[in-house]
Design a protein around this ligand. Structure first.
Ligand code: DGL
Length: 265
């Protein structure tokens, strides 16, 4: 058991990364967590690689000032477009969401017919596709950008008929072709039930869960775990509208969070 009390830094373009925080909190209750949501510049999902790299670098610099011991890039778009770059320039362990989800998908998929859904930039980057092919070059991959799902979920329309129609619209081409689907966006775990009921029998991979399992493993391997007697705390920072973040966080976590603080990066 380690004794490193420093917090874990988690960031996302906005609110969606709370799905990752929730899973990390569940598996690592003694760890302190600092969450940064770049709410002033969300969405990242339709931005260019250069812009996402710049935002990602700035977010990491912010978390480093908070003396974090490990950084989790909860955002699929940042992980797809910027992870390789920031890993080269920062020494701190940085975990993205792609590899953990891909490893799980390859493990559970029987027919190696794997679907990936995400933002426009994530799908266009082909980051999931490349990682899947690297793990199993015979796997068949079906990718689909679903740009309207994020705004729908942020509007709280997670149990509406409109959402069911949208899911059908985006996933009809994948139905019958895949046995496994990677939810390649922070927001999608919130509508996992709607997706699962449309794609009956398909194994749905929630990257948030896999990232949390990997975070634990990396802390263990590097002797970075906090002591079990550690009194953990959580801090939330956003770049715009802390009240709205607080309100949406309740939808994501089903509980109130500590008051988010407004910051500039
Ligand atoms: N966090 C983003 C992702 O996982 C979704 C929201 C956005 O487009 O910024 O790709």
């Amino acid at each position: 058991m380690g004794t490193d009390k420093r917090p874990i830094g988690i960031f996302d373009s906005g609110i969606g990364g709370l799905t990752v925080l929730k899973e990390i909190e569940k598996r690592l209750p003694c760890e302190s967590l600092i969450y940064f949501g770049d709410t002033a510049r969300v969405p990242y999902g339709n931005k260019s690689r250069q812009t996402v790299i710049r935002f990602t670098t700035e977010n990491i610099l912010f978390l480093l000032k908070k003396r974090v011991k490990l950084i989790v890039i909860a955002c699929n778009t940042s992980s797809s477009l910027a992870l390789k770059y920031v890993r080269k320039i920062f020494k701190i362990p940085i975990l993205g969401v792609i590899k953990p989800a891909v490893e799980k998908a390859i493990k559970v998929s029987k027919g190696k017919r794997i679907g990936v859904i995400g933002t426009k930039s994530t799908i266009a980057s082909r980051a999931y596709e490349e990682e899947l092919k690297r793990k199993d070059r015979n796997s068949l991959i079906f990718s689909r950008p679903c740009p309207l799902l994020v705004p729908f979920i942020e509007e709280g329309l997670i149990r509406s008929l409109l959402l069911e129609d949208l899911v059908k619209f985006y996933l009809k081409d994948l139905k019958g072709k895949i046995d496994t689907l990677i939810l390649g966006c922070t927001h999608y775990p919130l509508i996992k039930n709607v997706i699962a009921s449309y794609l009956k029998g398909v194994c749905i991979i929630d990257s948030a869960k896999e990232v949390a399992i990997n975070t634990k493993r990396i802390l263990e391997e590097n002797g970075l775990l906090a002591n079990s007697r550690n009194v953990s705390h959580k801090e939330f920072y956003v770049t715009d509208d802390p009240q709205n973040f607080f309100k949406l966080a309740k939808l994501f976590l089903k509980k109130n969070i500590e008051n988010p603080k407004l910051v500039n990066v």
